[in-house]
Write a protein that binds this ligand. Structure first.
Ligand code: ATP
Ligand code: MG
Length: 665
């Protein structure tokens, strides 16, 4: 392990003292009510781990063949759950609703890029998926085959995932913003036999090709195992056509609306999903069927406090794990009505989220800090897109995921979107964890801005040093999970050795899960705050600091929209702090930039302490981000050192920005 947080951590930070307990009204109606309710769930797992998980799995899921055992640790760290039970994920998301009163309930409200929308009921979705699944079967696609899904946000994208699940094919969704090269790499690594794509995707008023990029991936070679490319017609614009291509509407035309699901073991791989590549080459994370679905459904109830009348909106793309667990699977398993949004937050203007919440009377809204930060910037610059111009009174709960949310962004979200009425669930989790690991339970946990608060019941999160020893509260270290949980990663596709090395390193004993993030627990409350990736912990003159803390201090300055902090080697202080800053106004240059850099350095000194003062500040129009919107600090570390980037940048959204950030002021 590299540069891990050490035992003698001296947390320099300003403590967050704002605290927001759930309102009596929210608590009274909540699925988990009060800290007593939360504690009772935690205690139950503590007392009888197997008993609790197997009971939940029996209650929440329908099994074709019941399992006899929950967790099996005999081949750790290759843990299995409910392995001798058989079920089908699609059956549990769709068929169950044909007989439980949900059949005519809206499953999906599709909000198209152009502002038109339509609704699909559970009955209609079941029929769509069944025909789709029969179509896939007619092409010879069967249980265990891998299918790449390269689709826009659409009902068909969700249906494609469900159809694969229905026939036991393992899907691997590739985000529609990825290049032909990234697509080709994933096709090869997954050993896929088919691709499901679309002619075009429509985003921000533009038509962007998808199928043409699939064609390009073929020209790069290595895709010969792909027998069919199934094409959903989104726009109908002119397209090149090859022998292997088949229109989705032709494929499903004569298919029956009945499709017997393929019953698979709970351990059958439902999907492979590549991580976003913030810290290195993406890993093909393999997930199960039973344990995965259990957690996706359970967390809808615990974390999102789901009620039959809710209108749930998760703004993630189905290309990310959030779009898997909280669009394609969790909400459907739980029988929710949800919004699937095709467009982008800034089209036709930066009020799109707010106007869409108003239009569909959204009750639960779940988005990413990167989106919030950019919408704050937009609302500051243009009153007409300010959320106060919209009726957001339908909202009762907000969520955040993907990155740490800076306390100032949290407060803006809380005040402006939540109108100080909605709890915010800051949900910490990863592609590898399959579902939410740490988060407030909205009717129980008092909220603290910038903290994901406490682990969910049964999640044995802890903070340890490099040798796996527990650290006391107040001392930063490595975030680990000490007990297996149902939705955990099963392996890295084709690379079990990398799986063991990355997540269950020998240094920590070989059987506790290493998240790869640094974290610290509050001395009094025990609340967790994520301080940054393990590789991002800074050591300045012997003081260990999380990058997150300094970034939050910068973002708390009224001029600053976004900030990323990295370390670079320094002769006198060991490491020097280098901050990359995006202002709410346009990027300053020359003397103005120097003056502002000075101001911001002093600001950080005042907010945290002189030790946290950045040695250098560079301004950009943006920061290098993954296509999922995460800041790629590993690239900034290289720029800060003045070196040339030779690392994998295949998942980088905006390569041009690197040029701008190369030069020191
Ligand atoms: P790679 O593993 O390839 O570097 P990645 O870690 O960015 O990519 P994901 O699995 O999409 O890929 O992201 C998980 C990471 O996102 C977490 O490890 C954490 O760093 C960050 N994260 C997610 N949610 C939160 C949150 N609520 N608070 C703080 N950090 C979060
Ligand atoms: Mg990761």
């Amino acid at each position: 392990m590299t540069n891990a947080a050490s035992t003698n951590d001296t947390h320099t930070g300003k403590e967050e003292s704002r605290i927001f307990p759930p309102s009596a009204a929210f608590q009274a109606q909540a699925n988990v009510s009060g800290m007593d309710g939360y504690q009772a769930l935690c205690d139950a797992v503590q007392a009888d781990e197997q008993g609790v998980w197997t009971k939940l799995a029996r209650e929440q899921l329908q099994w074709h063949k019941p399992f006899t055992k929950g967790l099996d640790e005999s081949n750790a760290p290759f843990y299995t759950w409910f392995a001798d039970g058989d079920l089908n994920v699609s059956y549990n998301c769709l068929d169950v609703h044909l007989t439980n009163g949900n059949v005519d309930k809206t499953a999906i409200i599709f909000e198209a890029d152009d502002g038109s929308s339509n609704k699909v009921s559970y009955r209609e979705l079941h029929e769509k998926v069944s025909k789709f699944a029969n179509g896939l079967r007619s092409l010879g696609i069967k249980k265990g085959d891998r299918v790449i899904i390269y689709m826009p946000m659409s009902v068909e994208g969700v249906a494609a995932m469900q159809a694969c699940a229905r026939i036991g094919a393992t899907h691997s969704v590739v985000f529609g913003g990825f290049s032909a090269k990234s697509l080709q790499e994933r096709i090869i690594d997954a050993g896929a036999v088919a691709v499901i794509t679309s002619d075009f995707q429509v985003r921000g008023g533009k038509q962007l090709p998808l199928k043409a990029i699939v064609d390009e991936a073929f020209t790069l070679g290595g895709c010969e195992a792909i027998a069919n490319v199934i094409v959903y017609q989104r726009t109908g614009a002119q397209l090149n056509w090859t022998e292997r291509d088949i229109w989705l509407h032709d494929l499903v035309k004569d298919q029956s609306a009945e499709c017997t699901p393929e019953w698979v073991s709970a351990e059958h791989p439902l999907f492979i999903l590549y991580t976003s590549g913030s810290t290195g080459k993406p890993k093909g994370v393999q997930h199960s069927s039973g344990g995965y679905l259990l957690w996706a459904k359970q967390t809808m109830q615990w974390v999102f406090d789901l009620k039959p009348t809710d209108v749930f909106w998760c703004t993630a793309d189905i290309g990310w794990v959030t779009g898997h667990s909280y669009i394609a699977y969790g909400p459907l398993a739980a029988g929710a009505t949800q919004i699937v949004f095709e467009g982008i937050p800034t089209y036709p203007n930066a009020a799109r989220f707010w106007s869409t919440i108003e239009k569909h009377k959204t009750t639960i809204f779940y988005t990413a800090p990167t989106a919030i930060r950019s919408l704050i910037k937009a609302a500051d610059g243009d009153a007409s897109v300010h959320p106060s111009k919209f009726d957001l009174s339908s909202l009762r709960l907000l969520g955040s995921v993907g990155e740490p949310i800076n306390p100032e962004a949290w407060m803006w979200y809380y005040n402006n979107i939540g109108r100080q009425l909605c709890p915010i669930v800051d949900t910490f989790w990863q592609t590898e964890t399959g579902g939410i690991m740490m988060s407030p339970l909205p009717g129980a946990t008092p909220l603290v801005p910038g903290s994901c608060t406490l682990p969910l019941p049964g999640i044995a999160a802890a903070i340890v040093d490099e040798t796996g020893h527990d650290l006391p509260n107040g001392q930063g270290g490595l975030l680990v999970v000490k007990r297996p949980w149902p939705s955990m990663i099963r392996t890295i596709w084709n690379d079990p050795e990398r799986f063991k090395k990355s997540y269950f390193p020998e240094e920590l004993g070989g059987n506790i899960y290493l998240a790869g993030d640094g974290a610290i627990r509050n001395k009094d409350t025990g609340y967790f705050t994520i301080t940054g990736r393990i590789d991002d912990v800074l050591n300045v003159s012997g003081h260990r600091m999380g990058t997150m803390e300094i970034e939050s201090a910068l973002v708390a300055n009224p001029l600053v929209a976004e900030a990323a902090v990295v370390g670079r080697p320094d002769e006198t202080t060991g490491e020097a702090i280098c901050a990359f800053v995006v202002l709410k106004r346009s990027r300053p240059t020359g003397d103005e930039a120097k003056q502002l850099a000075l101001e911001l350095r002093n600001w950080v000194a005042k907010e945290i302490g002189p030790i946290a003062k950045p040695k250098e500040i560079r301004f950009g129009d943006n920061l290098p981000k993954t296509r999922s919107g995460k800041i790629m600090r590993r690239l900034l570390r290289i720029l800060a050192k003045g070196e040339t980037i030779t690392q994998d940048i295949s998942t980088l959204e905006n390569p041009a920005i690197l040029e701008q950030l190369k030069e020191a002021l």
